[in-house]
Design a protein around this ligand. Structure first.
Ligand SMILES: C[S@@+](CC[C@H](N)C(=O)[O-])C[C@H]1O[C@@H](n2cnc3c(N)ncnc32)[C@H](O)[C@@H]1O
Length: 247
């Protein structure tokens, strides 16, 4: 099996962050396949080399606020400012291709990470994987990174976890208890999440897929009825107690 950890790289994804501990369980099915991925955050292109070596057949699109580095390993490069929602929306509107895998390693500002996710999850293929790296910033108080000032007391990715948890499990929630969110872009995105995995300094989202659509029920009333179960289990206990004594 191909192993991210064994690929020599100058990117800090492995040596410092140890992201391979989490990524391989989601990315291994893409190895050797003709996939299309998008990475936000180019810098020196170190991670481009890592992805090329890991996936082998991958086509890579790259986004950064900096000028085009003219890197032949990248199929398409887009100079986009992740802090500008209008630029993010223009990208999703104009880009007709959908990605198997999107990874956000750009500004690391929690609000940018979230606003990008809300818009870019739509251009991920069904069953695709979306990773947000460096979510440590969601714990930082007054801070600065790449010239952006932020404070996790004002916005943190982890504020969104209860909403995601509820959306993924919505079929088990009584209608009256559901938070009515309307049809915001954010809710539309959250409703497309199949699963979420939280690793050290990263969040991995898996997108729903048509092949699983029979599981996406809005509300099915088959919750276990506590009283009936209680009675059943009492009977069961008695039965097993007596069956042990009078064998
Ligand atoms: C951590 S580096 C990317 C590292 C690279 N992925 C790797 O592993 O080798 C972050 C990059 O995000 C870019 N960046 C910072 N703010 C940005 C913004 N608002 N929009 C897009 N890119 C941004 C920086 O120019 C920098 O190249």
């Amino acid at each position: 099996m191909k192993n991210l950890e064994n690929i020599p790289t100058k990117s800090d994804k492995i040596s410092h962050h140890g992201y391979h501990r989490f990524y391989e369980r989601f990315l291994a099915p893409f190895v050797g396949k003709n996939i299309l991925m998008l990475e936000l955050g180019y810098e020196n292109g170190y991670s481009i080399e890592l992805w090329k070596k890991y996936f082998e057949e991958v086509r890579i699109h790259s986004i950064d606020i900096s000028e085009n580095p003219n890197d032949a390993r990248i199929e398409k490069y887009y100079q986009i400012d992740q802090s500008c929602n209008e630029q993010l929306e223009n990208f999703t509107k104009n880009n007709l291709e959908k990605y198997d895998f999107i990874i956000d390693d750009a500004s690391h500002v929690p609000l940018h990470q979230w606003e990008t996710f809300v818009r870019f999850f739509e251009i991920l293929k069904d069953g695709g994987i979306y990773i947000i790296e460096d979510v440590e910033t969601s714990f930082w108080k007054q801070s600065e990174i790449f010239g952006y000032q932020f404070n996790s007391d004002e916005f943190s990715l982890f504020q969104k976890i209860p909403k995601i948890w509820e959306a993924i499990n919505q079929e088990f929630i009584e209608n009256a208890e559901k938070q009515v969110e309307g049809f915001s872009q954010e809710q539309k995105t959250i409703d497309q999440i199949e699963s979420v995995f939280i690793g050290t300094n990263c969040i991995i989202f898996e997108k729903k897929s048509d092949k699983n659509k029979h599981y996406y029920r809005a509300n099915v009333d088959y919750r276990h009825k506590g009283f009936i179960n209680f009675k059943k289990s009492e009977q069961f206990k008695k039965k097993s107690f007596f069956s042990k004594i009078f064998k």
